[in-house]
Write a protein that binds this ligand. Sequence first.
Ligand SMILES: [Mg+2]
Length: 262
Amino acid sequence: MERLIDRYERFVFDLDGTLWRGKIVLPHVREVLAAIRAVEARVAFMTNSPQRSRREVAGALHAIGVAAAPDEIVTSGRAACLHLIAQGAEGATAFVIGGSGLETELALAGLTFLGVEDGHNAEFVVVGRDESFDYSMLRTAMRAIDGGAGFLATNRDPRYPVEDGFWPGGGALAIAVEYATGVVPTVVGKPERPMLDAVATLLGDEGSTLLIGDKPEADLEGARRMGWTGALVLTGATADPSGADPPPDMVLQDLGDLLRPR
Ligand SMILES: [Mg+2]
């Protein structure tokens, strides 16, 4: 009996709301990933969160019983790094709002990081979710961008799902910087190309691709732009798929639907 996973050669998994919700591991995650590994399909994991480096995300996946290599993971920090390399930013200075995981990935672009005191001189400002965000960081970012710094946002997500509801996303901080400066950031996370191109590169040669995520505006829109099949899973940010924009190619109650005979 054919299962959904038997119809695709490449799988792209969102993390928050798709594999886990805060500290809660969502249903059937381990068995679905094991089944996909068993048929030797290509797998990529992507997250708009820049909080953890790819190595730290791989560690978090291992901790829930999912084998994943750091180079199978694209965080928005990785997408920002690749975008900056493509811009020839090696050796540039940057003021970063977003914490150590983001800086770990951005360091691979050869950036020098400036702090709140001298960050107004930075050539790039990169903004993601940062639990230490405060007024002085907003002021430094604003002054750097006023002075001509390039402005990158890891994502535009207003919020993301955790175990007891939602937390504000990186987009909520980026919009504060955007509002203060009047400058619209270059967004590197899904559904924008820096992240999706990085995912496509690690998946390699073309094949039928299924992207599974919980947010229509980020996940389904990303799939639509890449010509991939977009599955909306109802374990995260979206409880009612009826108004999803863009509409999903398929709806999954949870990941277990990928293993059910069709
Ligand atoms: Mg998600």
